[in-house]
Design a protein around this ligand. Structure first.
Ligand code: ASP
Length: 327
């Protein structure tokens, strides 16, 4: 009997030889269960109005949710003022800006990059990992090589502000992965388009001054993001270590599958990590957003201060979420 490894090698390389992207990753039929709902709609973590606006422009022109979430995620990635995503993101403790991102479409296809350096738009690289390779995750040097082979430009992503913040941090070099409680911009964004197709993306520079090679939840399918076109989608922000250990986004989608409203599902995911990791939960922030196939949404944080942005029925609205802990 063939070993599983041999089987995987056989199928992947056989597919490569066949030369068809579709052969590897595409599921041809749309789920039959797409329902009518309050679409299109897009929701993003934090005050990411410009991102949801960019996504809405595509959604309101009957575009595909996948294009919308990619366009939305690219907004903070390109913003040098944004210290937790893309260009301008704070570096790791060695001074290197390393980026994590993922994307998932309505067919359940997914792509992801981790520890990617020098490329301003990791979400777009993640999309090409999904569309042009037989893999889901490419990391570090391999992800960079792939990005360059796809025509992405190598850039210096360390802004002067980020470099100064790193220099200041180095004075004490205190390594404690505590996440901002409020108002930062790591973006998890999920959308359902006018045809009921769900997709999501997530992109971040991760924790400021993290250990070299540290990867958070954001590029991990099921943790920072999960999409199931028959149910809905969810995304996370905050201390990745907590989200990774509870697979928060997957948890939310599964709760919605069992009939929970997105709000209730997000609350349950936060409660799960607060109860499982009470000490870590006390000192850190995690926030989730969720959207279901009826166009209903939800958002919830561990701590007060989490907010999120929803563009639906032509209105771009920032919501202050409820939280598990009070001040
Ligand atoms: N979730 C991200 C990480 O842990 C950070 C964030 O959302 O700010 O890498």
């Amino acid at each position: 009997m063939k070993s599983r490894r041999a089987f995987l090698q056989h199928s992947v390389f056989g597919a490569m030889a066949a030369g068809s992207v579709e052969f590897w990753t595409r599921i041809s039929a749309m789920p039959e269960t797409f329902r009518k709902g309050n679409f299109p709609a897009v929701i993003a973590t934090w005050n990411n109005e410009d991102a949801t606006k960019a996504a809405w422009e595509i959604l309101s022109a009957q575009g595909r949710a996948l294009d919308a979430v990619e366009a939305g995620a690219r907004v903070p990635e390109a913003n040098p003022e944004d210290s937790s995503v893309g260009y301008g993101g704070f570096p790791d403790r060695d001074g290197d800006v390393t980026l994590d991102a993922c994307i998932m479409d309505e067919f359940g296809n997914a792509g992801s990059v981790t520890c990617l350096q020098h490329i301003k738009h990791p979400v777009s690289v993640a999309r090409l990992v999904m569309e042009k390779t037989p893999h889901v995750i490419l990391t570090a040097e391999g992800a960079l090589e792939f990005a360059l082979s796809q025509g992405f430009k190598k850039e210096n992503l360390l802004t002067e502000t980020a470099r100064r913040a790193w220099e200041e941090w180095k004075v004490k070099s205190e390594y404690k992965p505590v996440i901002n409680f409020e108002r930062h911009d790591t973006i998890g964004i999920v959308a359902i388009d006018a045809q009921g197709r769900a997709s999501g993306a997530c992109t971040t520079s991760g924790l400021a001054f993290k250990m070299k090679g540290r990867v958070g939840d954001s590029p991990v399918i099921g943790a920072g993001l999960f999409v199931d076109a028959e149910v809905g989608a969810a995304a996370a922000t905050g201390l990745g270590e907590m989200v990774l250990k509870t697979l928060g986004s997957y948890f939310i989608v599964e709760e919605m599958r069992r009939g929970k409203h997105p709000q209730k599902a997000a609350e349950l995911a936060i409660r799960r990590l607060a109860e499982k990791y009470p000490e870590q939960a006390r000192e850190n922030q995690v926030g989730f957003v969720a959207l279901d196939v009826k166009g209903r949404h939800g958002g919830f944080g561990l701590q007060p201060g989490f907010n999120y942005t929803l563009f639906q029925q032509g209105k771009n609205v920032i919501y202050e979420s409820g939280s598990y802990f009070s001040k």
